[in-house]
Design a protein around this ligand. Structure first.
Ligand code: HEC
Ligand code: HEC
Ligand code: HEC
Ligand code: HEC
Length: 502
């Protein structure tokens, strides 16, 4: 009886959902006809200035600009100090915050301690690739310079070019305003994983525009000859999809290249860093299987009198639940919020377990090296740490995974925890062999303690960054304004927060 009721309830939800989905898709058809008669934003190339688009589409622009409301800095290393241990020796151990509104994308990138404090175009720790997901100036510069050329040199080389935050020109074609893929890396990855570009549906585009950035990627070293015939090496953003769009397939892809993002400072393990495989994880969940797109939840239709348009205030769908979830589902707001909260808590619990076991495994491995362990003794252990940490990171790095694909997220976290524990069991034996019987990993329960163990010189990094902001950054902005690439008006009243100046 009960079982029957639940099944019936489920299929009713699905039927209602499908109806609404079909309705909203045909609604979009009408809307698109209207767009097609709108003026060309730019005759040739890519218009990266959001304000130029605003002249034709004030509603979309105004709602887009509301992403300015979420300027909150959520310092993840303060919340989860284990992160500094897990990423020791890598930029993320310095600074890592939860995502904010799209309006802050350029600012967050500049303020992050990971991008360092360059003093000129050829200095600093990061390549140009770090701008890739921050701005419509990226496809504009690729269009003007060439893709390999864009991916050549240091991050600071393009500081006066990449100035407008994620906006219209990232997702819309500047000539037709249709949804478009502006990042060549996504086109290549889709083809590599068997998708024909000319068979992509409109509904799929409503997710693929997001998949340009909310995906896993790495920087692939690519040799080429520049226009002057000189040999160059580009660090090209590449999506590792050729072995499948799932955590095991991507790991296999990286392993087959012998690829690693960095060598861990304490355990000396060649590590992988998951970026934000949001699209890949979403694809494994029920909504994706039922054809619900990112935009259905994050960009619902809103009405203003007779006009209907897509809400470009991309944020938490639960803040606008009547226009998001409840257009398809028929439960109450309270019930829905409770569902999401439960998913979050389950993920948090397994995530903590995995982070603690992997964090301790790194420290115990560090102790084993000190005690004289051999490469052969450590090989299996390092493989478990590498694979376990990859899984943990993949499960949580895209932030919404607990919701987008809860079962897959929990599965991956369980495997990650298991690998961390297995590494630790093996480490007990290796340590014993080298006469270490009583090693207890040091306390890493606060950001300060964890960063100290990881060897992060925080104050030094902050001081350099503040100096960079007073000097080179000012020059970048002045040049961009003088070159007509940047309009300072929308930045008025914009806060300037970071993990070190909240
Ligand atoms: C992150 C991607 C993204 C960005 C950034 C973006 N849009 Fe959109 N936009 C979409 C999606 C998705 C739709 C829904 C299209 C559909 O289903 O036909 C849309 C729809 C539209 C439409 C069609 C009418 C409507 O509201 O559905 C217009 C016009 C538009 N956007 C203008 C803009 C302008 C102007 C900007 C910059 C201020 C902008 N968009 C920024 C993704 C984006
Ligand atoms: C050009 C790259 C890019 C595209 C395209 C893009 N995003 Fe983002 N998104 C980002 C970055 C980068 C951030 C983090 C910005 C920050 O923290 O300053 C972000 C943040 C977010 C957030 C967090 C917002 C908040 O207030 O907490 C959500 C939700 C989000 N994106 C959803 C989407 C969806 C849905 C789409 C497609 C309709 C999309 N994004 C398209 C790069 C992109
Ligand atoms: C069925 C609705 C739904 C779909 C479809 C969906 N999301 Fe989400 N998304 C959510 C919910 C709910 C959250 C959790 C919000 C929270 O609690 O902060 C979320 C969270 C996020 C976050 C984290 C925001 C933050 O501030 O931590 C990002 C980024 C995001 N989604 C991007 C995407 C992308 C990209 C897609 C498509 C590949 C997508 N979402 C598809 C409902 C959806
Ligand atoms: C465009 C329609 C649509 C929207 C919008 C939508 N859903 Fe769904 N949802 C579905 C469909 C279809 C299913 C699958 C139903 C089935 O197969 O039983 C589903 C399934 C679910 C399930 C059950 C599956 C699971 O993984 O637990 C939950 C919970 C859920 N949705 C929550 C939400 C929330 C929360 C939002 C808003 C952020 C939302 N949905 C937005 C259509 C939608």
């Amino acid at each position: 009886m009960n079982k029957y009721k639940i099944l019936l309830g489920g299929s009713l939800v699905a039927i209602v959902a499908m109806g609404v989905l079909a309705n909203s898709i045909s609604g979009k058809q009408e809307e698109r006809t209207i767009i097609n008669s709108t003026p060309v934003i730019k005759e040739k190339g890519i218009e990266s200035r959001n304000e130029e688009w605003a002249k034709y589409f004030p509603r979309q622009y105004d709602s887009w600009k509301q992403t300015k409301q979420n300027d909150t800095i959520d310092d993840m290393i303060e919340k989860k100090p284990q992160l500094a241990i897990l990423w020791a020796g890598y930029g993320f151990a310095k600074d890592y915050n939860a995502p904010r509104g799209h309006f802050y994308a350029v600012q967050s990138n500049i303020n992050s301690l990971r991008t360092g404090a360059p003093v000129g175009p050829d200095t600093g720790p990061m390549p140009t690739a770090c701008w890739t997901c921050k701005s419509p100036d990226v496809p504009r510069v690729m269009d003007e310079e060439g893709e390999n050329e864009f991916f050549t040199g240091k991050w600071a080389r393009l500081g006066d070019q990449i100035v407008n935050p994620i906006g219209c020109g990232d997702c819309h074609d500047s000539q037709t305003t249709n949804l478009t893929i502006t990042r060549p890396h996504l086109k290549r990855a889709l083809e590599a994983s068997g998708t024909k570009l000319d068979e992509i549906t409109h509904q799929e585009m409503r997710s693929l525009v997001c998949a340009q950035c909310h995906v896993e990627y790495y920087f692939k070293k690519t040799e080429y000859k520049d226009k002057a015939g000189k040999d160059q090496v580009a660090a090209v953003v590449t999506l590792p999809w050729a072995e499948g769009l799932n955590v095991e397939g991507i790991e296999k892809y990286y392993d087959s290249y012998g690829f690693s993002d960095w060598t861990h400072k304490i355990s000396k393990t060649p590590m992988l860093k998951a970026q934000h495989p949001g699209y890949e994880l979403y694809k494994t969940g029920i909504h994706a299987r039922r054809g619900v797109a990112c935009a259905d939840c994050h960009m619902p239709y809103v009405r203003e009198g007779a006009v209907k348009y897509s809400d470009h205030h991309i944020a938490n769908p639960l803040d606008n639940i009547a226009n998001t979830c409840l257009t398809c589902h028929r439960e109450s707001e309270e019930e829905f919020k409770a569902v999401v909260k439960r998913k979050f808590e389950r993920k948090e619990q397994l995530m903590e377990l995995a982070m603690n076991s992997l964090g301790k495994a790194h420290l115990e491995a560090g102790r084993a090296w000190e005690a004289g362990a051999s490469e052969a003794e450590m090989a299996d252990i390092q493989q478990l740490i590498r694979s376990g940490q990859w899984m943990w990171d993949y499960a949580i790095a895209s932030h919404g995974s607990f919701y987008h694909a809860p079962e897959e997220t929990l599965r991956i976290l369980s495997v990650a925890n298991d690998k961390g524990q297995e590494a630790r069991v093996k480490l007990v034996a290796v340590l014993a062999k080298h006469n270490v019987f009583d090693y207890v990993a040091p306390d890493f329960s606060t950001k300060e303690k964890a960063q100290e163990i990881a060897g992060v010189p925080l104050q030094e990094l902050v001081d350099e960054k503040l100096e960079f902001k007073k000097t080179l950054l000012e020059e970048w902005n002045q040049k961009a304004v003088a070159g007509g690439r940047l309009n300072m008006e929308p930045r008025k009243g914009m806060s300037d927060k970071s993990s070190y100046a909240k």
